[in-house]
Design a protein around this ligand. Structure first.
Ligand code: GLP
Length: 260
């Protein structure tokens, strides 16, 4: 795992956007896995800027979002369909047909989950999966105790996650209890994973996922098993890492030929 420590959230997002741009320059028809948490918004802003100012091209890109609330219509202001359009897709040149988000309104959720997995396979799998992390260690909406081999499926949110996400909703009661999420195994099939996190409120979970034991109780810790995992965090989120100085030193000494 490569740990990249940047000074502040802005620099985390800019660095992460460069990783995406490097991926697209290597493979313009990349399949990107996307997250809809608030940590990703600065990354999307920077990618939009690169699209507008530097011509970063998304015309051949396909995207798969990690998750969606079950029972929220796509036009609901808090659905991840809306969050993604308003913060990213409306401002880049990705064809609508190339955007994939689970259908939270499906009346056959198991079939929808299978369809989603099949669509990823048909496009050759995810090249770069972008991740955030919940305070309880969830990735996508894989809450603690999720099987580390799980595939796309219906999950029940913990009350903690419902509470954390209630800041986007009119009230706590409006936050759905069920979601469709890629599984931990689905995420691990990606060729590369890039997790970003910032702020002191994420310092505990960041130290657990990087330096703690791999456990279903911290689903994000499974990326320790991924052959190409990059974690990009700011100083505040890095403050509890035992090997913080080593990660910084390794980053400074990184050979140029390795790219980002
Ligand atoms: C949300 C999303 C995750 C996200 C995480 C952290 O519930 N389903 O994909 O990574 O929780 O969110 P934030 O970035 O807002 O802290």
């Amino acid at each position: 795992m490569e740990v990249v420590i940047q000074q502040d959230p802005d620099k985390v997002c800019k660095y992460a956007a460069q990783v995406v741009a490097e991926q697209l320059s290597r493979k313009p028809a990349s399949v990107l896995g996307l997250a809809a948490g608030s940590s990703q918004l600065g990354l999307y802003r920077e990618l939009i800027r690169m699209h507008k100012e530097d011509g970063l091209d998304f015309s051949k890109v396909n995207t798969f979002n990690l998750d969606e609330y079950a029972g929220l219509p796509p036009e609901h202001p808090c659905s991840y369909h809306t969050v993604m359009s308003r913060n990213f897709f409306d401002y880049i040149n990705i064809p609508r047909a190339n955007i994939h988000i689970p259908d939270g309104m499906s009346d056959d959720i198991p079939a929808e989950c299978q369809r989603y997995e099949a669509a990823m396979r048909e496009l050759g799998g995810i090249d770069l999966e972008m991740l955030g992390v919940g305070a309880d260690g969830h990735i996508g909406f894989n809450e603690p105790s999720s099987s580390l081999g799980s595939r796309t499926r219906l999950k029940m949110l913990t009350e903690k996650t419902r509470y954390d996400n209630s800041r986007f909703f009119a009230s706590f009661d409006e936050v759905p209890r069920h979601v469709i999420t890629m599984g931990v195994g689905t995420i691990m099939d990606s060729r590369m994973v890039m997790l970003i996190a910032f702020g002191k409120q994420k310092a505990d979970v960041v130290s657990k996922l990087i330096e703690g034991p791999v456990t279903a109780m911290v689903p994000a810790s499974v990326i320790q098993f991924h052959p190409r995992a990059k974690v990009i965090i700011d100083e505040a989120a890095a403050q509890k890492l035992k090997l913080k100085q080593y990660y910084k030193w390794a980053f400074e000494q990184k050979p140029k030929w390795q790219g980002l």
